[in-house]
Design a protein around this ligand. Structure first.
Ligand SMILES: [Zn+2]
Length: 113
């Protein structure tokens, strides 16, 4: 499952951060998930809990925020908001779009102790 590898990636990020910043426990994680990424927040929440078992973030709360998608429209020659990958440009209705943001996932903030 895609979300499982994402969750395991988050665990590695947390373990690296713990090493470099010297904390021992993560109690909450804030995640930004781009609207155009393929990650399903519900599935990710489930996989997160499973992946953190036995780690420094066992039982940590997960807060997921959806960040909006953005694309460059070659017809309008400007950046436009994009809710889904298959959507046309909201201004000209064209499909000459290149996704420039909101297609990734990142750890925005950690609560540690
Ligand atoms: Zn356009």
């Amino acid at each position: 499952m895609h979300e499982l590898s994402l969750a395991q990636g988050i665990r590695r990020i947390l373990e690296d951060e713990a090493k470099s910043q010297g904390f021992e426990k993560v109690t909450a994680v804030w995640l930004d998930i781009g609207a155009l990424s393929h990650a399903d927040p519900e599935a990710l929440e489930f996989c997160f809990a499973a992946s953190m078992a036995g780690s420094l973030a066992e039982g940590a709360a997960l807060h997921i925020a959806r960040t909006p998608g953005r694309a460059w429209c070659w017809s309008c020659a400007k950046e436009v908001p994009l809710a889904r990958r298959i959507d046309p440009c909201p201004d000209c209705g064209g499909h000459r779009l290149e996704v420039v943001g909101g297609d990734d996932m990142r750890v925005r903030e950690l609560e540690v102790s």
